[in-house]
Design a protein around this ligand. Structure first.
Ligand code: PGA
Length: 246
């Protein structure tokens, strides 16, 4: 049973509308109860819902993040985009960057590095996603892929205290499959070894649900979870937090 601060980040992806706000009442009640223990909840809704979520969470400690941002620190002619400064001023304190769904659409390590730098300047905490694809795993390339993503993604970034590294194997996202526990533990250790001095917090993401959390919580070197599908169901999300501590 863990007794440490654990982060539970809800990644809502391209889901949710104003009606979804009602589903949050349960989570708000839970966040004010003793059962939350040392859990920290952060919701990353689509941009369109950030201000409504913020209002909804007014009297509780649930925090807000964005799901991506543009790399430019300035305002500019970038139709359809939002930069880190705009996210921060909307009330977000976190941003997810380097998610595999965006890497697959062409985001390079270099671009992710620029985004992280701008997010740090805007005083956002960064949830920096890394992870190997199934074919990379099969070819035993996991370590070299993670090393490259960390090296290039965090290039010339000295202060890493506001960075969370989310290890999300691409083959695990939305598939119901998770890595073997001992393998995952070793990968988390491998990631930690990539850092000198103060270590960033390390999260796991990919098909986390109220069933497999019983196994995942055995990994004592993790600081929390990045949760997609299950986070849209308040009961499941709460269950994941409860089971982590019980
Ligand atoms: P999932 O998504 O929990 O639905 O697998 C995780 C993520 O993509 O961050």
């Amino acid at each position: 049973m863990t007794n440490k601060i654990m982060y539970f980040i809800a990644n809502w992806k391209m889901y949710g509308n104003l009606k979804s706000l009602n589903t949050l009442d349960k989570v708000i009640r839970f966040s004010k109860s003793k059962e939350i223990k040392k859990g920290r909840l952060i919701y990353c809704p689509p941009y369109t819902l950030i201000s409504s979520f913020l209002k909804k969470f007014e009297n509780c400690l649930i925090d807000i993040g964005g799901q991506n941002c543009h790399e430019s620190e300035d305002y500019g002619s970038h139709t359809g985009f939002v930069n880190s400064k705009m996210l921060k001023s909307s009330g977000a304190n976190y941003v997810i960057l380097g998610h595999s769904e965006n890497r697959q659409k062409g985001e390079t390590d270099k671009l992710i590095n620029l985004k992280i730098k701008s997010a740090i300047k805007s005083k956002l905490k960064v949830i920096f996603c890394i992870g190997e694809t199934l074919s990379e795993k099969k070819r035993k390339k996991t370590k070299s892929i993670l090393s490259k993503q960390i090296k290039l993604g965090l290039k010339k970034i000295k202060k890493k205290s506001n960075i969370f590294v989310a290890y999300e194997p691409v083959w695990s996202i939305g598939t119901g499959k998770i890595p073997k526990i001992d393998e995952l533990e070793q990968t988390v250790e491998f990631i930690k070894k990539k850092f000198k001095g103060k270590l960033p917090k390390i999260l796991y993401g990919g098909s986390v649900n109220p069933e497999n959390i019983r196994n995942l919580k055995k990994i004592t070197n993790l600081d929390g979870f990045l949760i997609g599908g299950a986070s849209q169901n308040s009961k499941k999300f709460i269950d994941i937090v409860k089971k982590t501590y019980n």
